[in-house]
Design a protein around this ligand. Structure first.
Ligand code: CTP
Ligand code: CA
Length: 227
């Protein structure tokens, strides 16, 4: 018999996705950021919605169309992202932390545009570390399934394995961002999926939508949806 109303795999699930590179203000007209396009996170939000989830997308970019049926929360800085994630986390079933969070921010953001020094000498910006959002969530975990990403240019597996353990993740999606067609820009990606006590699984070079489907299917298979 044909099933007319299929049970979607993420029905009744609250999925929280973060996407894009955060921006850390230097002054009213300048910021520090990174090369993240946000496309991977947006693809995860779209596919999670198609799989039946109630999706909240916390986005640090406004360059992409918001997938239909997804709740959007806009943020700029790592601090704003932290506040938004903390607010949503208690009612989240599955968190996919695809945002490229700035690791450092200027110690202070100047109130006025910084002028060139009169002597045209060097300008020094003092930076301070931002909070590690995933790490600070770990002790707050109740039954949430948490997916992190790792952007690496070398020693992919060693670095990714360390992040999986230190951030107490259920799944880590590792990107080698030094390879063409992988990671930060474009519409394709090739990733390695790491889970605790399991062998890493490397995907083919696929569209970001197909990678998103693989990530969410792996999460469901790994127990992201509780009975
Ligand atoms: N992350 C986070 N908070 C930060 C930095 C990163 O929650 N302040 C998250 C990212 O969203 C990603 C994961 O941690 O899901 C790994 O990010 P990545 O930049 O690869 O690792 P870091 O722990 O920041 O280490 P490093 O940049 O030194 O490799
Ligand atoms: Ca980082």
């Amino acid at each position: 018999l044909t099933q007319l109303t299929p049970n979607l795999p993420l029905a009744h699930q609250h999925v929280l996705v973060t996407a894009g590179g955060t921006r850390e203000a230097i002054d009213p007209v300048r910021y520090i950021s990174n090369r993240s396009s946000g496309k991977m996170g947006y693809a995860v939000a779209q596919v999670a919605r198609e799989m039946g989830a109630d999706v909240t997308l916390i986005s640090a970019t406004d360059q992409l169309p918001v997938p239909v049926g997804v709740h959007l929360v806009k943020v700029a800085s790592a601090a704003e992202l932290l506040t938004a994630v903390n607010a949503a986390f208690p009612t989240t079933n599955l968190l996919v932390m695809a945002a490229a969070v700035s690791d450092y921010r200027p110690v202070q953001s100047a109130d006025q545009k910084i002028k060139k020094p009169a002597d045209h000498g060097d300008l020094t910006l003092q930076l301070t570390e931002t909070p590690d959002i995933l790490k600070q969530l770990a002790p707050q975990k109740t039954s949430q399934y948490v997916v992190g990403f790792a952007a690496e240019t070398q020693h992919l597996l060693t670095n990714a394995q360390r992040k999986l353990t230190q951030k107490r993740l259920d799944l880590l999606v590792a990107n080698d961002v030094s390879k063409p067609g992988v990671g930060f820009n474009g519409d394709t990606n090739q990733v390695t999926l790491l889970r605790p006590n399991q062998e890493p699984v490397k995907t083919a070079l696929l569209s970001k939508i197909e990678i998103a489907r693989t990530i969410l299917t792996t999460a469901v298979a790994g127990g992201a949806v509780k009975a």
